[in-house]
Design a protein around this ligand. Sequence first.
Ligand SMILES: Cc1cc2nc3c(=O)[nH]c(=O)nc-3n(C[C@H](O)[C@H](O)[C@H](O)COP(=O)(O)O)c2cc1C
Length: 271
Amino acid sequence: MGKLTKPKLDEKTLKGFNVLVSSRRSVRSFEPGEEIPRKTLENIADAGRWAPSGANSQPWEICVVEEPSRVREVASVMASQADRLNEHCKGFPHVHKKHWVHDSVALMVVFVDARWADTFPTALEPELDDTEYKENRWNILLVSVGAAIQNLQLATTAVGLSSAWLSGGGEPQTAQALRELLGFPATHTPYGIVPIGWPRRRAESRWRRPIEEVIHWNEAATENLRSRNDIDHYIEKERRHSIYKDAQSRDRYVSETMTTDGEIDRVDDGN
Ligand SMILES: Cc1cc2nc3c(=O)[nH]c(=O)nc-3n(C[C@H](O)[C@H](O)[C@H](O)COP(=O)(O)O)c2cc1C
């Protein structure tokens, strides 16, 4: 290995990188048409491949769905998943009704083989208490997959396309439907589905907590930690707007409801 020269801070690249990261947006409305070259899709998948993973286990398989008929089949599975979600879970709006996933030009279905969690720290002897490590294995597996999916989304943004991150593939019924459709065995679960397409409109900003609130210098700034009440309030009043609306209209809505405590208006579209 060559000797490293003392590295210099590259603020310019960091700034550019942060622009890319903050312009990534979950887009739930695509302009149909114009296919994406295979090479581009391969390069996006390649960004996923370079993600870090616990024990370098790389527990993912990235299934790139780009044949139009297959895209429609996966989209139908996800539309059924969204219909069930709408019936069973409170507070998620009806974006699926427009079947926007059907307008994806391609989808990346990230299958995870959870058996690879066996490669993470394990007690030396069977008789030693393994609880501490066992409980962390699942965390390591899932955050590894998250890193891969995040890379896919950033690469998609870098090339000027849009994407979303759908987690419904982890639900057993949807997982089974996707396995059957795409030919994966029971050992593999599609934890992330990333529809990719041409954005129908400009990717607007979305609400983020301010940096001063999120960052803790050297110790917990306990006054910034959010309470149980904050979580309940978020679920009840803010969540729909925070997920699907641009930051400005979300802020407007929140400041209005702070004073009037009005009804949540229906949000039926996302960008
Ligand atoms: C683990 C995870 C699961 C998600 N699942 C869904 C999903 O099932 N459907 C969806 O429309 N968006 C999903 N999202 C997208 C989030 O709603 C979105 O990232 C968040 O509202 C912030 O918006 P932004 O991505 O545009 O910045 C998910 C994101 C993550 C990280």
